[in-house]
Design a protein. Structure first.
Length: 479
């Protein structure tokens, strides 16, 4: 409900429009600076996920609960760029890994595929060595030799590592070791110093065999061709969405200025979101497309609400100049815009705190976009409409307070039209002759007033307008 309608205070949005737009330009420039920095360090302005660059998505179940830091350090040895590791909250043994396995040594696609599988097996072996479970002890008589126990490779590990040339050499060394043991060696005797090569091979095979304790839930690979197609589809969706919004606003408000200003505000939101993404190095994946489209839809909703109030005030209060009318419309819709934005931002902050690592980048990007959308609807879109309307802005004529009741009464009765007409038909200044003498207007002949004063046409129209206004006049509602 509006209070103090006779002295309704207007917030000076229009007067400080250059400040609002300057803040946005500064943030965008800072974001561009971080994009240049990321280009030098990462090779790309943004931290792209495997959906765009290509890579592998791996799900494993470890023998015992894992540690995110240790797993990340292990995966880094086989990856290009920073890997993404997430442990499931319900089962800490299950781990999700997004990594771009380094295959730069490969000369062909087939060799790259083989190298990717080999490094994945080595990665599993390292994880098994860090999080594997030791087997229970058995009687000494049941242990033939130390070399035989290390040579007993489980079939699962043998299948996954059968194609590796290093493992072939290891199996040959193990067969020779078994022959030496069968000839009469003792199981408990320590190794000689000359068997260091055999010992290293045996340790590698033992680490590989321990990978059988890790269960592979899924292994998906996304090629760079698919990533390029996603980028093209994202840009196409953004362009088509902006064109559709522009057409809708033009049809709805019948003013091209409103449509252009709305699209500029949406472009502002996208740039602010990309700047925040570059500053904090958030991962850009397939979900980021949904973030951008959601931000556009949310921002245009707020903008349309403000535009609708401007159109309503243009119709109901035509005597106000355009800058004053924009300040009035923004002041009236400010509370609604802030309350709507705060409810959404509160939910996003809760998700950011308790939502987990898997949706943290998604939530932060959405948070940047929601704040930017609310900001642009209030501080960017409406002032741009004013600038594009080509109306001369006189800040001295923008009042800080208006009598809203009197303005509504003037609009209903139409008295403001008579005031404008009187100002337009003021007496002209006396014209001067070239010689410098001022011509005095000739005295008009004095006519006697008619005895019965007949009403003029102007009075007749004024009386009709007053009677018509009284019929339509309604008390202004308290809002």
């Amino acid at each position: 409900m509006l209070k103090n309608l006779d002295k309704y205070r207007l917030i000076p949005f229009v007067q400080y429009a250059k400040l609002w737009i300057g803040i946005s330009i500064l943030l965008i420039l800072i974001g561009i600076g971080f994009m240049v920095k990321n280009e030098r360090e990462l090779g790309h302005p943004f931290f792209l996920g495997i959906d765009f660059t290509g890579g592998s998505f791996i799900q494993l179940r470890l023998p015992r609960p894992g540690d995110t830091q240790i797993i990340t350090e292990i995966v880094k040895k086989y990856s290009v760029g920073e890997p993404w590791v997430q442990l499931r909250a319900k089962d800490p043994r299950e781990v999700e890994i997004r990594v771009n396995i380094d295959t730069s040594e490969a000369a062909s696609d087939a060799e790259a595929s083989r190298l990717r599988v080999e490094k994945f097996d080595e990665m599993k072996a390292d994880l098994a060595a860090a999080f594997g479970v030791t087997t229970p002890e058995t009687p000494a008589a049941a242990l033939p030799t130390e070399d035989e126990s290390s040579a007993a490779v489980p079939p699962e590990s043998a299948k996954s590592t059968a194609e590796s040339p290093t493992e072939a050499e290891t199996s040959e060394s193990q067969e020779s070791t078994e022959n030496e043991t069968a000839a009469g060696g003792k199981a408990e005797e320590p190794r000689a110093e000359g068997t260091e090569g055999k010992t290293a091979n045996t340790e590698d095979q033992t680490a590989t065999s321990s990978a059988a304790g890790i269960e592979q839930l899924s292994f998906d690979y996304v090629g760079p061709v698919v990533g390029g197609e996603l980028i093209r589809n994202a840009i196409l969706a953004l362009i088509l969405g902006s064109i559709a919004i522009m057409i809708y606003i033009f049809i709805r408000f019948n003013r091209l200025v409103f449509a252009i200003a709305a699209v500029i505000a949406l472009l502002h939101d996208v740039l602010i979101t990309l700047s925040g993404t570059a500053i904090f190095r958030l991962e850009i994946n397939a979900f980021f497309i949904a973030v951008i489209l959601t931000i556009i839809g949310y921002s245009i909703n707020d903008t349309i609400i403000i535009y609708d109030r401007i159109r309503e005030n243009l119709k109901n209060l035509p005597q106000l100049n355009f800058p004053t009318l924009i300040n009035l419309s923004l002041t009236q819709t400010l509370a609604r815009s802030i309350n709507t934005s705060l409810t959404t931002i509160t939910i996003l902050i809760a998700l950011l705190i308790w939502g987990g690592r898997s949706i943290q980048d998604f939530t932060m990007a959405m948070l940047f976009g929601m704040i930017s959308g609310a900001y642009s609807s209030i501080f960017i879109a409406a002032p741009i409409v004013l600038w594009f309307s080509r109306e001369k802005i006189s800040y001295a004529k923008i009042p800080a307070r208006i009598d809203l009741l009197a303005a509504q009464e003037q609009a209903v009765l139409g008295t403001w039209e008579e005031e404008v007409a009187e100002e337009a038909h003021e007496k002209p200044e006396p014209a001067s002759h070239p010689g410098g003498a001022t011509e005095t207007p000739a005295a008009a002949p004095v006519e006697e007033p008619p005895s019965p004063p007949a009403p003029s046409a102007t009075d007749t129209r004024a009386s009709k307008r007053t009677r018509h206004a009284k019929k339509k006049r309604k008390k202004p509602r308290r809002r």
